[in-house]
Structure formats: C-alpha cells, structure tokens
Design a protein around this ligand. Structure first.
Ligand SMILES: NC(=O)c1ccc[n+]([C@@H]2O[C@H](COP(=O)([O-])OP(=O)(O)OC[C@H]3O[C@@H](n4cnc5c(N)ncnc54)[C@H](OP(=O)(O)O)[C@@H]3O)[C@@H](O)[C@H]2O)c1
Length: 261
C-alpha cells in the first residue's frame, strides 16, 4: 500500500520511540520523510537507528521546535530541497517528567512543557500552513499527538496533562479555521505506548499497567503509527477536528479490574 507516494511528510520528534515508528510507517507507504529531534546529537542518533532498521531515504535535520529561528530554518530547507510539504505530524513532546503535581511544579518548568507541546506544535503548524498547505494546489493535513491523559488526568503530571488538553482544543480550533482552506487537522490520543522507558520498569508495574487495559496490552509504536498514517491519508479525507483515542480501551472504563467493587 503506497498511500503517500510522491508525498513529503515532516515528523517532529522523530528521533526516538514512537517517532521512529511513525517515520518508518510513512516511508513504508512511499513518502519522502523529514524528521527532527531537538538537538543535533539526538537527531543523528535517530537517523542512525532508522538506517539500522533498514528505513531508507529519511532526511534528518535537528530542530528545537520551541525556537522560532530553528523552525524557520527547517522550513527553509524543506522549501529549498522539496518545494512542497503534504503532511505534518506534530509528535514532539516534552513529557514534563519529574516536575511533580500542582504543589511542586514551578511555573517556568510548566512553561517549558507548553513551549514545546503547545506553542511549538502551533508554530510548526502555522509555518506548514503558511508556506505550503494554504498555497499549494494539493493542500495538506496535520496530525497532532495528544494523550488520553488530556481527558482523564494522571497523578503528578500537571504540566503534561494540561498541555495535552490544550492540544485537543487547539486541534478543534485549527480544524475549524483551516477547513475552509482545504486543510484537515486531526489528533491521535494514545494511552500506554511501549517505549524504551519501559525497559527499566519493574515487571510488576508492567503487569499492573496491562491490567488497566481492557484488551490486555499497551500499544506499540507501530500501532500508533498506523492510526497516524490513516488520519493523514485519503482514507480519512472527510475527517477533521477529531481526537482519536488509541488506548486499548483504558478510557472507556470507570475503574480497572483490581479496583472494581
Ligand atoms: N509514551 C507514551 O506512553 C505516550 C502516551 C500518550 C501519549 N504519548 C504521546 O505520543 C508522542 C510520542 O511519545 P513518545 O513517548 O514516543 O515520546 P518521547 O519518547 O518522549 O520522545 C519525544 C520526542 O520529541 C522530541 N522533542 C522533545 N522536545 C522537543 C523539542 N523542543 N523540539 C523538537 N523535538 C523535541 C524528542 O527529541 P530528543 O530525542 O531530541 O529529545 C523525541 O524525539 C508524544 O507526543 C507523547 O506525548 C505518549
């Protein structure tokens, strides 16, 4: 299936974990993919990982999306080398790990999370729409990565949950205003995704997380990439402003089984 033949796709946060799988998925469907991590080192590491997996032709360029000048430079390069962009995947995220809950989190720390997740995602989206999607005949589309924690919070992650809630609202607002220009904006909201961070988890924690999933397992990066690719494809051509939850059924339950009474 080559739904993205001759298409150019940009994946932010493509340097590790889920981002790598999203990049690989679009390449496997015929796209020319650009990806960025936040630094030269992480971007080079991600490019090496993709090459080791046998994913060909990815254009990797570092870009800290919280820095306007770096975003401009990235889009200058895409304009120069491709002259078009068809799909933007806003996957980059600051997880805000270790910031704590509302009594602990410092405003500057919270601001840093929003600078990447909300303002950064908006900055990249606006650049894509101004430079390509609103002008080129074929238009374009945007897929954000939010989280099921936008609707059902998790403890001790105030900044992250709030930023993902802001993304959900941003997606609806963008879809409303950009729809008349022929630009679709959608969102994939994952639950648990198996990442390298799981490698250091105690097996009892993994088992507990799986009990929290009605279908009994976390998502792989490939599971998420498949939904992102669907939302970006012509198969979803009548969808815009949607938040598609991909969380093994977690959000549909009132309580996990070991809390039921
Ligand atoms: N993992 C989960 O269980 C889970 C659950 C729900 C939702 N999600 C969402 O799904 C997406 C992928 O999750 P993940 O766990 O695979 O992410 P991750 O492991 O935390 O990786 C984040 C990616 O974003 C990049 N990034 C961070 N700040 C950036 C910045 N300022 N500019 C550019 N890139 C930046 C990182 O680049 P560097 O390598 O340079 O740091 C990395 O490539 C995220 O949006 C996340 O919030 C994840």
């Amino acid at each position: 299936m080559e739904r993205f033949a001759n298409k150019v796709v940009l994946v932010t946060g493509g340097s590790r974990n889920t981002g790598l799988d999203i990049v690989a998925r679009f390449v496997s469907e015929g796209a020319k993919v650009w990806m960025c991590g936040s630094s030269a080192a992480s971007t080079a590491k991600g490019a090496a990982e993709l090459a080791a997996r046998g994913v060909p032709g990815v254009r990797a360029m570092p870009c800290d999306i919280s820095d306007a000048a770096q975003v401009t430079a990235l889009f200058d390069a895409i304009a120069r080398e491709e002259g078009r962009l068809d799909v933007l995947v806003n996957n980059a995220a600051n997880q805000g790990l270790g910031q704590g809950g509302p009594l602990d989190v410092e405003p500057d720390a919270m601001r840093a999370v929003f600078e990447t997740n909300v303002f950064g995602g908006f900055r990249v989206t606006r650049e894509a729409c101004r430079r390509f999607f609103s002008i080129q005949e074929t238009r374009g589309c945007v897929v954000f990565l939010s989280s099921n924690t936008a609707r059902r919070a998790i403890r001790g992650r105030t900044s992250y949950c709030a930023s993902k809630g802001a993304i959900n609202s941003l997606v609806r607002s963008l879809a409303l205003d950009l729809g008349p220009l022929g630009i679709r904006v959608n969102c994939c909201a994952p639950g648990y995704i198996r990442t390298e961070r799981w490698d250091s988890l105690d097996p009892s924690v993994i088992a507990r997380r799986r009990r929290n999933c009605p279908i009994g397992r976390e998502a792989t990066g490939a599971d998420i990439a498949a939904v992102v690719a669907f939302l970006a494809s012509a198969d979803a051509s009548n969808m815009s402003g949607e938040i598609v939850t991909v969380d093994a059924g977690c959000s549909c339950q009132h309580m996990p089984p070991d809390c039921d009474c």
